[in-house]
Ligand binder design. Structure first.
Ligand SMILES: [Ca+2]
Length: 144
């Protein structure tokens, strides 16, 4: 079989595009779901998020907050743009998160059901939780 130069060029371009889609990924938004339980909501506490990618680079969001009323029982909150602080456009090579850490501060506990991290391809990694976080506790979540 002989490949024409044109078809070879197309093939190389397709491979490069596919690799580029995996290599050029970065965070565009984060969603959190608060569990469906009477004590799941949080109004007085704060949540920081640290994300470590597979190159062991770290970004941090201090006091996660959107324009909406966040961390309400059985609700999903979305954080994007400047809400994401250091994690805005943070690279996710291979679409992998080595670790996502939640850090609580303040007096009011929160129970997250999951965290989802969206990339510029429009897909997301989901990091399941389900346990209450309070005081100065941290939760180390795996995302897939
Ligand atoms: Ca808010």
């Amino acid at each position: 079989m002989t490949l024409s130069f044109a078809s070879l060029t197309v093939l190389v371009a397709m491979v490069a595009l596919t690799l580029g889609q995996q290599e050029g990924l970065f965070i565009t938004s984060i969603e959190v779901k608060t569990a469906d339980g009477f004590y799941s909501s949080m109004t007085l506490g704060f949540i920081d998020i640290e994300i470590i990618n597979k190159d062991v680079e770290i970004c941090r969001i201090s006091h996660l907050n959107s324009d909406e009323n966040d961390f309400t029982q059985n609700q999903i909150n979305e954080f994007d743009g400047s809400d994401l602080e250091e994690c805005r456009d943070f690279p996710l090579p291979g679409n992998e998160i080595a670790l996502l850490r939640l850090i609580h501060s303040g007096p009011d506990a929160w129970t997250p059901e999951w965290v989802r991290v969206y990339n510029n391809n429009g897909t997301f990694l989901e990091c399941p939780d389900g346990a209450e976080i309070d005081n100065s506790e941290t939760h180390d979540l795996n995302c897939a």
